[in-house]
Design a protein around this ligand. Structure first.
Ligand code: F6R
Length: 594
């Protein structure tokens, strides 16, 4: 479910397929490409791998085209359902990302008018609807009319044989235009087209654009509009594996830099004012933290950190499960965490918070992403492009951004807690873990044969345990529960035996004694216990079977160090189990549909 398009002077197939290869980590059950050549629109669709698709498509000629990688939602995985989809005449081809909520009704109507459908997808209605509105004669006009009838999020690229035009449109789903010299690129996100461009335009909701070799013309609500051109801060090198076996490992190793760069956003030189962007509300009466998956775990950590410092109600909510009772109303601040800035559930939740009178802040890694346009202000994490499906460097950068927020909202408390100094020494502590992974690799080899596992912790460690468990599930397919240590005796003890290893996160905080007691209780029931603890923590070493040592740190930074250990352990376990680490089954990098 990613769109790409090209119009320019080069042969389009290599450009489109290279770009498509860069986004196949996102959603990838089938592929398709369509080009305009002198015979009409030529199209190739493939199941399987992008390499096979490349072989089948490389004979296509032409310098204007569209392509797509699909992650099935409506209709199974088949060549017929793969994009592009054509109208009845074969003069119009479309690729689409999103959902058409009213497609059944539209399809029935179009069928009754004589249109013949070849797929089970919702997307195909777009091609027939444009045809029905006179698309063969005037593509832009017909696309505008069609869009008025289509309900739901969409990003669409439309190819037109008679005029050799490429028209694109977006509503809620991401779409970016790359501007080159004598060529124009269309993509769902910047990394896909990074090697070719330095300047991009982010289309707004409701925009329709005609892309040509010389750039774009954009309309919204019937009026021609101008959209700003942005310089791209990322470079093409950042999306190569740079000698690592997997993007996930590379991105884990990029964390000292990501922490440094993100902290630099909000930690100006001593004596200067904070560089953190002005908050939309300086003195909120309540804070609501939103996110999905890994980003929700950052929000959960934020709930504990900010509650301890602010003295106002702070709550974290899974964005996809937000209910009306969660909203406090005007004067409150909603903070949405999203690496991509495109997660539909998070965007919807933030919009609902705004509708309830909240001021809003987005914490995101992607400049110009949809959430930045919705939120009143944005704090960027500076993790660089994250390619692996599993979030790693974006999570620790979100945690750093959270501490910047604490420094801004509760400067005295955050200062007293030493947050500023701790952030400055964090990259080198993470670096020490990355430089010495033997113990982690050995522990991962030991975990690889098991089917079930627990990661237990207390306090700030609980969101870390949940995040670690998510990593083991998604990359190593090892069923892992992240659990508050004190809760095991309320049920999960029944699961414990020698076939269920337990990882225990032991910090130097007020929970330490209870954690050590929990380890004793767990060991008495048979499991092997791997503790993650300070390198000089002899007491924990006496209780656990194995200790993974981490540099001594203050309470607030321990979650980051523990996270890095769990990321590495899940990575090495996945490698031991032969899992496709950067492309876990059934997952897409960003989930842009509800
Ligand atoms: C897990 C993972 C997902 C994302 C989630 C939200 O490793 O990557 O759980 O965290 O889909 O994505 P963003 O942060 O882009 O909103």
């Amino acid at each position: 479910m990613r769109n790409l398009g090209y119009v320019g002077y080069r042969p389009a197939v290599p450009v489109l397929l290279n770009s498509l290869e860069r986004v196949t980590y996102r959603g990838y059950d089938s592929f398709g490409v369509a080009l305009v050549d002198h015979n009409g629109i030529e199209m190739v669709k493939s199941l399987g791998t992008v390499e096979e698709h490349r072989k089948r498509a490389e004979h296509l000629q032409g310098s204007i085209g569209i392509d797509h990688t699909r992650w099935a939602t409506v209709g199974g995985v088949s060549e017929a359902n793969a994009h592009p989809h054509m109208d009845c005449t074969g003069d119009i081809a479309i690729v689409h990302n999103g959902d058409i909520d009213n497609f059944r009704h539209l399809k029935q109507r179009l069928q009754s008018e004589g249109h013949v459908f070849k797929s089970e997808t919702d997307s195909e209605v777009i091609a027939h609807l444009i045809e029905a509105h006179g698309g063969r004669q005037s593509l832009v006009k017909a696309t505008k009319k069609a869009l008025k009838e289509l309900e739901g999020p969409l990003a669409v690229a439309v190819l037109h044989r008679p005029s050799r035009q490429l028209v694109v449109a977006r509503r809620e789903s991401p779409l970016v235009i790359g501007l080159g010299e004598g060529e124009t690129f269309v993509a769902s996100d910047v990394p896909a087209i990074l090697p070719y461009i330095h300047r991009v335009v982010y289309l707004e909701d409701g925009d329709i654009a005609l892309a040509s070799e010389s750039g774009i013309t954009v309309w919204n609500s019937g009026q021609e509009v101008t959209r700003s051109v942005h310089q791209v801060a990322w470079s093409a090198d950042q999306i190569s594996k740079a000698g690592y076996d997997h993007f996930m490992l590379k991105e884990i190793h990029e964390q000292p830099q990501a922490i440094h760069d993100t902290a630099a956003e909000g930690l100006p030189a001593a004596g200067q004012a904070s560089a953190t962007p002005m908050l939309p509300v300086e003195d909120p009466s309540a804070v609501l933290l939103l996110g999905c998956g890994t980003s929700y775990h950052a929000a959960l950590l934020g709930e504990q950190v900010l509650s301890s410092m602010l003295g106002i109600p702070v709550s974290a909510r899974v964005a996809s499960e937000l209910h009306e009772g969660a909203f406090q109303g005007p004067g409150s601040l909603a903070v949405a965490f999203s690496q991509s800035g495109e997660t539909s559930d998070t965007i919807t939740a933030l919009r609902r918070a705004k509708d309830s009178g909240y001021r809003s802040l987005a914490i995101t890694n992607v400049m110009g992403s949809s959430i930045t346009r919705l939120a009143d202000s944005t704090l960027y994490t500076r993790a660089g492009p994250e390619v692996a499906v599993a979030s790693t460097k974006s999570f620790v950068s979100q945690v750093v951004a959270l501490y910047l927020l604490a420094l801004h909202l509760a400067p005295e408390r955050a200062k007293a807690a030493g947050i500023r100094q701790q952030l400055r020494s964090l990259p080198s502590k993470v670096g020490q873990i990355l430089a010495n992974t033997e113990a982690i690799e050995a522990a991962a080899r030991g975990l690889a044969p098991f089917q079930h596992m627990f990661i237990v912790a207390k306090g700030l460690g609980v969101p870390v345990a949940m995040e670690g468990a998510l990593k083991f599930k998604e990359v190593a397919y090892l069923h892992t529960e992240g659990y508050p240590a004190g809760e095991l005796k309320h049920g999960p003890f029944a699961m414990l035996d020698q076939n269920t290893p337990v990882i225990a996160l032991v910090g130097n905080d007020q929970h330490r004694t209870r954690m050590l007691t929990a380890i004793k209780e767990i060991k008495a029931r048979g499991p092997q216990v791997i503790a993650v603890a300070d390198r000089d923590d002899a007491e924990t070493a006496a209780f656990a079977d194995v200790v993974i040592p981490i540099p001594r740190s203050d309470v607030f930074m321990a979650p980051v160090l523990q996270t890095v250990v769990l990321q590495l352990m899940s990575y090495y376990t996945a490698r031991e189990r032969g899992c496709p680490i950067d492309r876990p089954r059934n997952l897409a990098k960003s989930v842009t549909v509800p």
